[in-house]
Design a protein around this ligand. Structure first.
Ligand code: DOR
Length: 450
């Protein structure tokens, strides 16, 4: 281990962990000062206000979940920014990008500023908010996408929860022409969804992936990427659900980046609908095992760029409406790390690839300033995990306001035991350790004057 020369006392020392970073995996100590990573190496002789024994633990760069719905303002009976971010840090997540389908929708500078104001030092993790692109705010997009706290523009090409929708190529092209950052898209073809509505079988959520079929997803993705290529723009395809899209996108990596969710990698039809009913109902839907296998192929071939949970909480009551009136979405921000570590332990991906998908990948795609790797000078955002710990995920553990997870009762190996956000220890061994200190994520392509 590199002997580090230390002339000063640090704020925090984490001793004896395995660290996974751009150097690979190695045993090392880690020092934090002023919220930043200050040194990595042999540090046991150094002084610090706080010294933590991390023997047997693994330290990863802070996990960044680039797709969550935290429902505030307007839908706070389901979730709010405090409870959603509490769930995030309980699950080892250090930053989230939150979606614009709140009430009001986040489609204006005022709505974005209001979200940033209620999030600052109330959320437990760092945050950025997507601004919804619509036919009405096209002219403002160049200004909106670069505002403080903005993760970029998000467009629903197919309708889901809420009323945000840009279904036609004409308006999509107008939006694409305006964007300079990478914009994110929910890809399901709205005309096809409308035409197939009669395929929904009342009371039977197994018909959800029949209605919102593979072709609806593929068509929208192909339309989007074709337009983006024509216009010379970078686009991000959210929550890929089909093997066909993964295969097709492999030939378009210069233009399009790809997100996969833990639920599309973990659950499959018809099993999930038979076990969980409408609790497995999500847009785009969870599909058959052949799609899940192709998504794993995309993870292992490097086609998928990042993981996002698409945490989309609804109350038990909203989930208990008879299908199709039941709401689409499931929780996921708190279970992203344990479900994926379980997949690592099962040999489905390496821990290094997990770090690539959940820290380095988000930093690369969205040009996040000083996050996404364990390196001196970067924010001390850390996800501390115990790769050997066996736990059972339960509804009781879920900090999200709606209080449920589709993984209730699932045994996993690998568990988040600590979360550091800019040097603050915000969660340790399942305990939240203080009030929220979350701040807006900063982006290299939208840096604000100091
Ligand atoms: O199932 C979903 N629920 N998919 C989405 O894209 C939106 C989300 C929500 O906000 O409930």
């Amino acid at each position: 281990m590199t002997e580090v020369l230390h002339k000063r006392a640090y704020d925090t020392l984490l001793l004896g962990a395995e660290i996974v970073n751009q150097n690979g995996r190695a045993m090392a100590d880690l020092a934090i000062s002023g919220g930043k990573i200050a040194a990595i190496g042999a540090l046991s002789g150094a002084k610090a206000a706080d010294v933590i024994d991390c023997k047997g633990l693994t330290i990863l760069p802070g996990v960044i979940d680039t797709q969550v719905h935290f429902r505030e303002p307007g839908l706070t009976h389901k979730e709010d920014l405090e409870t959603g971010s509490r769930a995030a840090v309980m699950g080892g997540v250090t930053a989230v990008f939150e979606m614009p389908n709140t009430n009001p929708n986040t489609t204006s500078a005022e709505a974005l500023a209001a979200k940033v104001a209620i999030a600052h030092h109330r959320m437990h993790c760092d945050f950025a908010f997507f601004v919804g692109g619509t036919a009405e705010n096209i002219e403002e997009i160049p200004m909106l996408e670069k505002l403080p706290g903005a993760a970029g523009i998000k467009v629903f090409i197919g309708s889901s929860t809420g009323n945000l929708l840009v279904e036609d190529d004409e308006n999509l092209a107008k939006i694409l022409k305006k964007i300079t950052r990478r914009a994110s898209f929910h890809c399901e073809d709205e005309a096809r969804l409308r035409a197939r509505m009669d395929l929904r079988v009342p009371g039977d959520p197994r018909s959800h992936p029949v209605w919102r079929d593979e072709t609806a997803a593929l068509l929208a993705t192909q339309r989007l990427v074709t337009l983006a290529r024509k216009l010379g723009k970078r686009v991000h395809v959210l929550h890929l659900s089909t093997g066909e899209e993964m295969e097709w996108l492999a030939d378009h990596k210069d233009v399009a980046s790809v997100e996969v969710t833990p639920h599309h990698l973990t659950l499959h039809a018809p099993d999930c609908y038979e076990r969980l009913g409408t609790y497995a109902q999500m847009n785009p839907p969870v599909r058959g095992i052949e799609h899940q296998n192709k998504l794993w192929w995309g993870i292992n071939q490097g086609i998928a760029d990042i993981l996002g949970s698409d945490h989309a909480p609804h109350t038990h009551e909203e989930k208990h409406h008879t299908y199709p009136a039941s709401h689409s979405g499931m929780t996921g921000v708190q279970t992203l790390v344990p479900t994926m570590l379980n997949h690592v332990n099962a040999g489905r991906l390496t821990l290094e690839r997990f770090v690539d998908l959940s820290s380095a990948g988000p930093a690369r795609l969205f040009n996040i300033a000083s996050k996404g790797r364990i390196a001196v000078g970067y924010d001390a955002d850390l996800t501390v995990v115990d790769m050997k710990r066996r736990e059972t995920i339960t509804n009781k553990w879920i900090a999200s306001k709606c209080g449920w997870t589709p993984y209730d009762g699932m045994a996993v190996t690998g568990w988040p035991v600590g979360t550091y956000s800019r040097g603050h220890r915000v969660m340790w061994q399942g305990e939240l350790t203080g009030p929220g200190k979350g701040e807006a994520v900063r982006f290299g392509d939208a840096l604000q004057p100091a």
